[in-house]
Ligand binder design. Structure first.
Ligand code: F6R
Length: 608
């Protein structure tokens, strides 16, 4: 996690603060800035400022003080080593103040390096692993100030590190930024009168006309004149960087999360546009290196994903199994058993919004090493995973800023449905019905989101609870899991999700008078068994909140019923999830939570 940004050019610090603001979704517990005002002065100390909290807190502290700086680097943090304090916030500087470092990643051989720098007379002021880097570089570089010497010293230091990093360093008396990448993303952006480095290409839209991605193992000295790279892979190549930066702007909505829930009809339309035929007879996901016939001949497909993306992948497995004969399973990226399920004639697909999730990237890398095909289903264009896979399908959900994923979940599910249709035989009897259902979905979503639903009486049932239990069956068991995750992460309410059939095998013990049980029971083949579950919960005192699209004989057993529009049973998860994301949102708002930036989380999880 963490975001790093740096600029060489006019008003470098102000541009860096803007870059950090755009990277804040990567981590937001503290932020910091380091800058130089005159690169010819070898004795000038690097000016720094750090703040606990958001980039806006840093901006307030900076208060215009860094105007006219010519080189700056900055950092927005998601703590790994050391608590959330100003002292642990980046940048970290050498004791003489002549160099400063920012770092995204984890240094694993910290203890060994710590004793080494202590022996050399350096002492640490913070609890971070990052600070080690600046002391090691200080020792290796000494008084030297040429790009060649700096690169050599930096290479020596980087060679000592184990772990993952994107690192940027500025040194007094030098007109460039030293950067290194290994296992954490780093991109260089160039325009006419400035050059920037960034954790991802997003902040560079609108300011840089071309970008180049560093590879793992690369070390570079980036200056306005040129970029000197030490690389084991191909030369650094700049490619045009076209597109607009769409700012994090909730518009008429109170938060990004609720805006993104309301973005769904458009996002869904974009996911299926050009992928389903107007006459409803054909659906195809192109972009995979294997065509549909080759895909059908695979021994197996593995979906790897984390969190919300994993629940979308589980849903995708149901769709693929229903519409095709290709063996498929979804795995949590961090638990991917590649030894058993990877290898020749398998395809492993990373399902990810950010395209930066380290666990998922690692799983995909292991699948490739095992000799299988790899692809991605991803939202962020040109993200690390999308580039690593080199083929696959984008979600086209548009930027998702709220840490809690909503529209990306829906689009992942839609794209996985399209994959299932791509895998299905052309004469599959369900195809036409499913395609028609997909085509109708944006309008249905829009109608639903425009209907006035009063969540407050339902929030009343949850607001003082110790826990909430979510149950569903079949595909909607994954909706139960996703809804529970969402409520837990933004409302901080412990939530448990189980397939309805498992209730009696343990979780029913939690139910006492007033325990909220959210039951998802649309009109499908699982409905009768869900009714039985609802009765079992209600007779033990639960406040059942039922999400359904049918008339029901258990209404009297429910404290509240949330009605969703009727749909094809196969597509009901797209409808069930909307009120549940909304419910999580309204509960979090009532509890006064920071909905878009829940504590301890980050939008892009680049550590394992
Ligand atoms: C939950 C959430 C996380 C992410 C997970 C994977 O709302 O957003 O659980 O789904 O961290 O992230 P991506 O999809 O970027 O790989």
């Amino acid at each position: 996690m963490c975001g790093i940004f740096g600029t060489i050019g006019d008003d470098a610090a102000m541009r860096t603060l803007e870059g950090l603001r755009r990277l804040e979704y990567r981590g937001y517990d503290s932020a910091g800035l380091a800058a130089l005002f005159d690169t010819s002065d070898k004795e000038a100390r690097v000016e720094t400022e750090r703040a606990v909290g958001y980039v806006s807190d840093l901006v307030s502290k900076v208060n215009g003080r860094f105007k006219n700086s010519v080189i700056a680097i900055g950092h927005t943090r998601w703590a790994t080593h050391g608590g959330v304090t100003e002292v642990n916030a980046h940048p970290h500087s050498s004791a003489d103040g002549l160099m400063s470092v920012v770092h995204n990643g984890i240094i694993e051989n910290t203890s060994e390096l710590l004793s080494e720098i202590n022996e050399s007379g350096y002492s640490m002021t913070s609890e971070t692993d990052t600070e080690l880097i600046v002391h090691l570089l200080h020792e290796a570089l000494g008084e030297q100030r040429t790009p060649e010497a700096a690169l050599e010293a930096f290479q020596t230091v980087i060679g000592r590190l184990e772990g993952a990093w994107a690192i940027a360093v500025i040194v007094s008396g030098m007109d460039g930024i030293l950067v290194a990448k290994n296992g954490a993303p780093l991109v260089i952006g160039r325009c006419e009168n400035c050059i920037s480095i960034s954790s991802d290409p997003l902040p560079l839209y609108g300011s840089c006309s071309e970008v180049a991605y560093l590879d793992d193992g690369d070390i570079a000295y980036v200056s306005q004149q040129k970029v000197d790279v030490i690389s084991e892979s191909a030369d650094l190549t700049f490619a045009p960087h076209q597109g607009d930066y769409s700012p994090e702007d909730p518009g008429i909505f109170a938060h990004m999360m609720i805006k993104e829930i309301h973005d769904q009809p458009t996002a869904f339309q974009n996911a299926i546009a050009g992928r389903v035929s107007a006459d409803g007879t054909n659906a195809m996901l192109s972009g995979f290196e294997l065509d549909s016939r080759e895909l059908r001949k695979l021994d197996r497909i593995n979906l790897v994903a984390c969190g919300t993306a994993f629940f979308a992948a589980k849903l995708g497995v149901r769709y693929i199994r229903r519409l095709s004969d290709v063996p498929v399973e979804a795995y949590l990226s961090s638990e991917f058993p590649v030894e058993s399920v990877g290898g020749k004639n398998t395809l492993t697909i990373a399902v990810t919004q950010s395209g930066e999730t380290k666990d998922t990237l690692d799983a995909l890398t292991r699948a490739k090493v095992a000799g299988g095909h790899v692809s991605s289903i991803c939202n962020v264009i040109d993200s690390t995973i999308a580039r690593f896979a080199g083929n696959g399908a984008y979600l086209y959900a548009g930027p998702e800023y709220s840490v809690a994923s909503t529209k990306a979940f829906t689009n992942m599910s839609a794209v996985l449905m399209l994959l299932a249709l791509t895998l299905s035989e052309p004469d599959n009897v369900e195809r036409a019905r499913v395609i028609r259902g997909l085509r109708e979905m944006p309008q249905r979503m829009s109608n639903y989101l425009h209907s006035e639903i009063d969540f407050e009486p339902i929030v009343d049932l949850l607001v003082d609870s110790k826990t909430a239990l979510f149950i569903g069956r079949g595909p909607n068991s994954h909706i139960a899991s996703e809804a529970a995750l969402k409520m837990m992460e933004i409302a901080y309410l412990p939530c448990i999700a189980y397939p309805g059939g498992e209730l009696k095998h343990g979780p029913i013990a939690l139910i006492e008078e007033g325990t909220p049980v959210i039951a998802i029971a649309p009109d499908d083949s699982h409905y009768p068994k869900m009714e039985a579950n609802i009765r079992e919960c209600a007779s033990r005192g639960a406040n059942v909140i039922l999400v359904t699209n049918r008339e029901t004989s258990v209404e009297d057993y429910c404290a509240r019923v949330i009605r969703t529009p009727p749909t094809d049973p196969f597509l009901s998860p797209f409808m069930s999830i909307m009120p549940l994301h909304l419910l999580a949102y309204h509960l979090a708002v009532r509890l006064g939570r920071n909905v878009d930036r829940p504590r301890n989380l980050a939008k892009s999880v680049t550590v394992v």
